[in-house]
Design a protein around this ligand. Structure first.
Ligand code: ZN
Length: 315
């Protein structure tokens, strides 16, 4: 098997893994640069990459947390000053190795090959600051006619309130069910919540928080239940910081199981935050062509994934 080099770019940290000689691997992590200037950030990223790659690296696989089209960054709400730049060619200005870039929700979907043991169809849903979704259909990543498949966060829901979304529509799911959406809802109720940067900082039994979490979980549950009915996909992998909140997740699961029991009563295979970094795992799998590998080549990769998964990485 060829050497594998994967980088996962996140909003707060960048993680890399280099797998060589089949079983050996090295990981590294750094804070995502935040100089407010794309070129300065890029230089830091390049300095992170260059010492790690040997001549045996046939390509660099990157997972990116925003909307990207043929290497050009269309949208990254975390760092709008990166938008419009061609990330792929910018990296090529410094490094000649081929570069492939995938959106992180799609990488999460690829990690399903590992989670659901090569099953045909599955969905990955990430609930963090926003909401992302990746689909595996017939063991292939499904991207849609325009590569925009998976915009779950901007599907509209019926709720107790009318809220305008940055996309131009009203009542998009992410306004009610994402980490940022729920924090914004609390701010609307009381400016007191301004002191909190994330939902996890708010005291667990705060009454307003519980109401917002319940509605958020339910609306995601209804939306996913609709998707299960349309697609008949029962392998669901949920990731992201909000999924760690048991109150939110219970509310989500109650809707999913209740709706399923009322109608077709299929067996849902639901996995909650089983991978520390689904995008990095997806990157390893796509770079290695995992689902086309024979078992004896899949197994060493599985062991590596198990190891990196059990380690909590701090910067
Ligand atoms: Zn929207």
């Amino acid at each position: 098997m060829q050497d594998i080099f994967v980088i996962d770019i996140g909003g707060t940290k960048i993680e890399s893994i280099y797998i060589f000689d089949n079983l050996t691997y090295k990981t590294d992590i750094m804070k995502t640069p935040n100089s407010k200037n794309f070129h300065s950030d890029l230089e830091i990223l390049i300095k992170f990459i260059i010492p790690k790659i040997r001549s045996n690296v046939t390509k660099i696989t990157i997972s990116f947390p925003g909307l990207i089209e043929e290497g050009i960054i269309k949208k990254w709400p975390n760092k709008p000053y990166w938008e419009g730049y061609d990330l792929k060619s910018s990296i090529h200005d410094y490094i000649s190795n081929p570069v492939e870039i995938f959106e992180d929700s799609n990488m999460g979907a690829i990690s399903n090959f590992y989670i659901f043991d090569n099953s045909e169809n599955s969905i990955y849903i990430n609930v963090g600051t926003g909401i992302g979704l990746g689909l595996l259909l017939n063991q292939q990543l499904y991207l849609g006619n325009n590569n925009y498949a998976g915009e779950l966060g901007h599907t509209q829901v019926q709720s107790s309130k009318t809220i305008n979304c940055s996309c131009g529509k009203i009542n998009c799911l992410q306004l009610f069910s994402s980490g940022k959406g729920m924090l914004d809802r609390l701010l609307e109720i009381d400016k007191y919540y301004r002191r909190y940067k994330t939902l996890s900082e708010i005291p667990k039994y705060d009454q307003h928080l519980l109401v917002v979490l319940k509605e958020g979980g339910e609306l995601l549950g209804i939306t996913m239940s609709n998707l299960i009915n349309i697609m008949d996909i029962t392998n669901l992998h949920f990731g992201g910081s909000v999924i760690n909140n048991p109150y939110y997740t219970n509310s989500l699961l109650n809707v999913l199981y209740e709706n399923e029991s009322k109608f077709l009563n299929r067996k849902l295979n639901i996995q909650l935050n089983v991978l520390r970094n689904p995008s990095l795992v997806g990157g390893i799998l796509i770079a290695s062509g995992y689902n086309h590998l024979p078992k004896y080549q899949q197994n060493p990769l599985k062991s590596i994934i198990k190891l990196i998964n059990s380690r909590s990485k701090k910067i």
